[in-house]
Unconditional design. Sequence first.
Lengths: 980, 93
Amino acid sequence: MTRLTGGLIDRDTPLDFTFNGRSYTGFAGDTLASALMANGVDLVGRSFKYHRPRGVFAAGSEEPNALVTLREGARAEPNTRATVAELYAGLTARSQNHVGTLERDLLAVNDLLSPMFAAGFYYKTFMWPRAFWEKLYEPAIRRAAGLGALSLEPDPDAYDKGFLHCDLLVIGAGAAGLAAALTAGRAGARVILADEDFRPGGRLLSESDLLDEAPASDWVAAVHAELAALPNVRIMPRTTVFGVYDHGIYGAVERVADHLPTPGDGVRQTLWRITAKRAVLAAGAIERHIPFADNDRPGILLAGAMRAYANRWATLPGRAGAPVAVFTNGDDGHRTALDLRAKGVPLLGVVDTREHAQAFGDYEVFRGATVTGTRGRRGVTAIEITRGGKAKWHDVGALAVAGGWNPNVHLASHHRGRPVWNPDLLAFVPGADGPRGLFPAGAAAGQGGTGAALADGVRAATAALADIGVTAPEVTLPAATDFASAQAAFWHVPGKRRAWVDFQNDVTVKDITLAHNENMRSVEHLKRWTTLGMATDQGKTANISALAVMAEITGRTIPETGTTVFRPPYTGVSLSVLGGGDTGKHFRPERLTPTHDWAAAQGATFTEVGAWLRAQMFPRAGEDHWRTTVDREARAVRSAVGICDVTTLGKIDVQGTDAAEFLNRVYANMMATLKVGRVRYGLMLREDGHLYDDGTCARLGEDHFVVTTTTANAGPVYRNMEFAHQCLWPELDVQMISTTDAWAQIAVAGPKSRTLLERIVDDTDLSNEAFPFMACAELTICDGLRARLFRISFSGELAYELAVPARYGAALMARLMEAGEDLGVTPYGTEALGVLRIEKGHATGAEITGQTTASMLGLGKMVSVKKDSIGAVMSRREGLAAEARRLVGLKPVGDDAPIPAGSHLFIKGASRTLETDQGWVTSACYSPGVGSHIALGYLEHGDTRMGEVIVAANPLEGQEMAVEVVSPHFVDPEGVRLRD
Amino acid sequence: MLIPHPLLGPRDAQEFTYLGDATLLDRPDPDAPGAEAAFCDYVFLRDNPAGVHRELWFHEQGDRSWLVVTRDTVTHEILGAELVRDVRAGART
């Protein structure tokens, strides 16, 4: 391998790695890009559309070309930029987007067909026949033009998220960022210094500038040491601040273990939400290139990147010993020539577009010249220099291109901040309307000289601290110089051959011209038509050049043509880290009922009900079909006694001298008249008059009620009750709190339920006379345990619900099982619960959908006209009052078969249209009580159509069956059992 | 986003549930003539300003107070937050 002298690599720590299966060696401090370069590997990938050979182009996260698949197996990470992949021992990487080997990509034929693949090609070509798009064209195109592929295996690593707070967030640890952090750190402010690189210093590591006549890395090390010793400063390397959010909140990803072979026991990445009083944006600048013919070959790099590889990583692209050329439109490119010369690299010279370009040292300057072509199949071997109309070819090993620097305004434009054009810098700089509290500094603010950036970092930090009342100390900066930075507005070399603007998307100057000719006049249209600026690099090296080309075509200035603004994220953020560990069961915490473990021990299966896990059924040995289990459980309730955990129903404790009046206004039916010791079924409406929720309301005392809600609406009903109190009727003396989790509640249902309960209650008379249907009481059970007993029934049987403090729920369940063994007590789950309530015609969420009314349930008379309540006025409006659908029961006619829930109801022989639609099936089950399948549904004038045979149709699956309209109360329609 | 809770100081917006336009505080008189039309406006019609907006937020994962938050919908700047209780009390005096 070939290395130059110097560099910030640790030559005592060699690291072995493989690329496309071949073994190489780099050093600690290398990136994958620099290590490949040092091993003479310049061809690292194929381009997106034309499959052109591509090499490393940049030295940072703006890299458009060098995308590889890093690691293997489940950890394989496609489209990783080799320029930011920190080398570690055993790293494995593969190139992407080729068929066959990287060197002999069969799809390179696309390049020969390039006239066909111009901008808009897909849109224009694959129009016909239309049916071919989905099955043929799109899959073929996706295979041919993609980048890396996902492993499709679960991510094996752990991720986390965290919250940080600081006075000053400094984004970027280059010259300006370090100076800002030093200023704020010494002021005693709480500082976070975040930098995407693994080593602080930014461009100071890549330039040959001296600070106080010593290598800049010495100053960086000293500042880093001082900051690291300050307790008020947190240094976060490998951390990308990717977005600015409202009120000083910044999103950042810390790549905690991406530089390790595996994360071990730790997390791989952490998502940080940083709340900063102020921030300094010291994100530096990104160099732009100058499009010219065949400018995309490996070995053609940004000039600043070439310096970075030479100075920081002691390596260069291209054939060893071959001369290197620089193509520039300004003084900055000459720095590359000087640095390479200092490293003993042979130079062809500097091709400078300016007629009067100045030489800064002993090298040849091709003044007023341009590069007009290149050769080299897998890497540049020669360039054509044209001057005064005369062209001449020169052998080179590599070419550095310097087109000027674009301040990194990304984060500064997140809050609709519009970058403004600076005609002196020939670049957009952050505007004054960027995110509040974000202070751009250094190269990001157009102050790119080393000395200027240092001073600007201090200035920005001082201003930011002053904003929050902190006085910054004087900071003595090291002596530094700013290299000459004169520049000409030269944006691209005109020519007939393709000149790439956006390497990642294979967008050329021709494509931009074509887009313009096809009337894509706005920058936004241009981007969408050509795909310029899309994909992983988001056009960081392309956008401004494209804008300049477009300006030239239209004869407008660049600011007239437009600008590019940015949205988060600054660089790609993995979905894994956005999840931050909230995967699998952690995605949504499960709520477990107090009897969950008990039920699990009984062999119950569980079902999700909102966030809750509820016992679905309790299969016994030998029951080989779920219906067997459910039928048995339902029969046990109808014939003996069953017990079921109903804790998940919402419970709201309402107290106060005006509690009764308050509930009168919240419930559609009358509640104030409820006697102490009694329960009433209640309906709640939305203010628009539709049914909202149903449940029971128990009056435990004159000023004390317990309201139950459906499981799904436990939260929203409570929220709305607080709204009703605080926002509508604050004058009422009432307080409420959700007690859903505080009480375990067990339904005890069936003809033997009273017998069972009498065995565990202490000294309470449960006879029908003393404790009738809809009675409630606070009492004790099991020798002193406080409990609440409600005689309410969802199943239609003699039934109770018994509530005890949640921690006694499982013990109560066990006690009931023990005490009722001789009675045949049977635990039942949500499936049997559903069967029992359908048999009884009781509504759940399937009937109360938000689009239904009280009258549809046959409960229209419950909406009191004697009082105001939420939704009362609107429930009487014409459209709702005219609603004619009513809840009915449905039974199959002829052979028994399941009635598909969701089927729509039609008159026999009617066409299946919206106009003839008469309603729909809401719930269906097999009823062991009836001995056939049954269903509930809403049917036009259903209450007057008992006995009629209609059709339940499910056209989606071609199902259709004749059903008879019956009462929704399949079991005990007179309600004798529950009052017995 | 951070919401300056009048009692608890700046709180993360994730602790809150959003409801919408604070005109929901002005529930019409159900007994007044034309109540149905007034309720129609109340329930269905909202202004959707690009700019300053008074809106209701519920501190659901906090002290369970309803707040009137004044927010610029363009910039997300929060111009103030009051307890509904105080707003209602002010309206009565």
